[in-house]
Write a protein that binds this ligand. Sequence first.
Ligand code: PLP
Length: 411
Amino acid sequence: MSGGSDKNAKTAPATKLVGGGRRAEWTGTPDHPHSVVNPPVWRASTHLYPTEMARKDALKSNQDGQFFYGRRGSPTQWALAEALTEIEPGAVGTVLYPSGVAALAGIFLTVLKPGDVLLITDNAYDPTRSMGLGLLKQFGVETRFFDPLDLDNFPTLICDRTRAVLLECPGSLTMEVCDVPALCAIAGKAGLVRIIDNTWASPLGFQALQHGCDIAMQSLTKHVGGHSDVMMGSASAGEAFYPALRKTAQALGHVVSPDDAALALRGLRTMDVRLERETQSALHIADWLQSRDEVAEVRCPMLSGSQGHGIWQRDFTGGCGLFSIILKGGSLANRAAFVDNLELFGIGYSWGGYESLALPFDPKPYRTAMAWPPKGTNPDNRLGVRLSIGLEDPQDLIDDLAAGFAAMENA
Ligand SMILES: *Cc1c(COP(=O)(O)O)cnc(C)c1O
């Protein structure tokens, strides 16, 4: 969905989040434009035409924001897509997908063809990795993994069949911050399509298209939804890729429910304040964790001294509540005792909700281009726990983590 209101165009992101997608015709009637705040939930499969001529015109033109049939969306989905486009500088449109993984599939199926090679960062979200090794392989695409911190080696991995690169910054679980502009410059020179999974930062924290990426993907399930009750994904792009992404999504029959779009739109309105609060709390908690004997390393891009903090400061305009710790030695039983004894942190997948979560992880099976534990570190320090800091009081979360550590020592 492309477009956007002129009034909103020059405002700061926080203001765009409030105004985005609230077109007069989506929030009122011709006699009473803007008569409600939120675009209503338009539940529609059939759209009706005043005449046979109008039906033929709509079929032919296939434009955003035009009634045609429910699979191309209705104003609720269009409002969400338009709001997402407005907060992504450089984008002309945004395609919505039923999940973040569906967004990645939609992007890959748009830009790749049999015989192509896809480069995926070695610290990508694991289902992305599995898609490369499974689904894409089935369609004749070869996936190769690379270490995003090794800029010298990166150009040597590009061959004449390489078509696209998928970045993720910071990487999943281990949180390495790579130099996106540098990697994009190299990839661009070789003619690759530069895709980024920008779920961690969202466009509020990292303006991906402004930093050299061609397609910016997000799992809206995380920060945009923000309340652990909706699954959705998106891809935003400029003129070079948006029309093709949209065409593939239509061919695949990808459409999101208007109820889910309304939930995501509601989450989007408060995303700026949630991210700001989560970032402050995460930084406070990360700093405390750094002083604990049980913790070998805190991997949090916002934390001074953490790997990649300098690049984060240079390129990012915000953070979030998601970071990881690596335990000092310890056994799987110790780690299980730690997370089992947390009362305020749930154990579960996903993140970016209002509630805190803890997820134990062992990256070794998901890494082939990067060593785990990293070279030059103590091999005993290899067990990780990813924390998603929610909106609880940060001191309560610290007290909870302290109780978890006490239980871990006694395990
Ligand atoms: C969760 C996640 C996804 C997948 O999103 P879903 O909406 O759960 O399908 C993709 N990338 C990253 C980095 C994620 O954390």
